[in-house]
Design a protein around this ligand. Structure first.
Ligand SMILES: NC(=O)c1ccc[n+]([C@@H]2O[C@H](COP(=O)([O-])OP(=O)(O)OC[C@H]3O[C@@H](n4cnc5c(N)ncnc54)[C@H](OP(=O)(O)O)[C@@H]3O)[C@@H](O)[C@H]2O)c1
Length: 249
């Protein structure tokens, strides 16, 4: 097993949902966590909770779309901690709408945050991990990055297919050469704030109805899967984590 105590992690999208749950779980395992997102008040509250439980955390307010801000946050974490061992590319948005609504602003936000955000954070940490000759990058795709869902999810699916493809290529490029592990996480339905960005009332109603129809995963369930892959022995790369609610088709 890889001993996680004393490792340093950056978690994007740590202000809610899967990111916040993973920060708590990694911190409980002794990982010092860099908490990245735009809502600094939420990050400060999470940091307080982590410290209260005996863990260590650093708040890094950033928009993952802003490559300079991401690099500054990563540099700050490394300066404060001496290394970066884990990057959890988790920040993402899913405003659901049908293509003929032409909500191009929402399409662009998904491309910028879900794809370019992953690239920005990866580019910021890679030089450090290459120098260390070690590291572990988690990228958050989705069940929607394996299969295209019905009307409304087209652009979201496209961004998550991109994340799945990027993860697989990245794994092949940095595994043997730089001793860096890459894990692509593909969750099914998780009970988080993700539906809240959907502005189409009918789509929002459908999302809420689905939430009521089956037992969703809790964010902690994905956090547990991240911990499992991170704690695997150094020669083991859990390349994909496809985790679904038992009741999800
Ligand atoms: N929930 C699900 O069913 C599900 C299923 C499959 C995959 N996923 C994926 O899981 C990841 C986490 O989502 P979640 O379900 O935990 O939803 P969530 O509770 O809405 O969390 C999303 C996180 O992303 C952050 N974020 C959004 N835009 C950002 C930006 N421009 N810069 C920095 N941070 C940003 C948000 O923080 P701020 O708003 O404070 O910046 C928030 O912390 C996403 O990539 C999502 O696509 C979720």
């Amino acid at each position: 097993m890889t001993d996680l105590a004393g490792k340093i992690a950056l978690i994007t999208g740590a202000s809610s949902g899967i990111g916040a749950a993973t920060a708590l779980k990694l911190a409980a395992a002794g990982v010092k966590v860099g908490l990245a997102a735009r809502r600094a008040d939420r990050l400060e509250a999470l940091k307080e909770e982590i410290v209260h439980r005996g863990g260590e955390a650093l708040v890094l307010e950033m928009d993952v779309v802003d490559a300079e801000a991401v690099q500054a946050g990563v540099d700050q974490l490394v300066e404060a901690s001496g290394a970066i061992d884990i990057l959890f590319n988790n920040a993402g948005v899913m405003p659901v709408s049908e293509i003929d609504e032409l909500k191009t602003g929402e399409w662009n936000a998904m491309v910028d945050i879900n794809i370019k955000g992953v690239l920005n954070a990866t580019a910021a940490v890679l030089p450090y991990m290459i120098r260390q000759h070690s590291g572990h990058i988690f990228n958050t795709s989705s069940i929607a990055g394996r299969k295209v869902f019905g009307p409304g999810y087209t652009v979201y699916s496209a961004t998550k297919f991109a994340v799945s493809a990027f993860s697989e290529g990245l794994r092949m490029e940095v595994g043997k050469k730089h001793n860096i592990r890459v894990t692509c996480i593909q969750p099914g339905a998780v009970a988080t704030e993700l539906p809240e960005q959907t502005t189409n009332p009918e789509k929002r109603r459908q999302l809420d109805a689905y939430r009521a129809a089956i037992r969703f995963l809790d964010p902690e369930d994905i956090a547990g899967a991240v911990l499992f892959a991170a704690a695997a022995p150094a020669h083991v790369n859990v390349a994909e984590l496809f985790v679904l609610p038992t009741e999800q088709a």
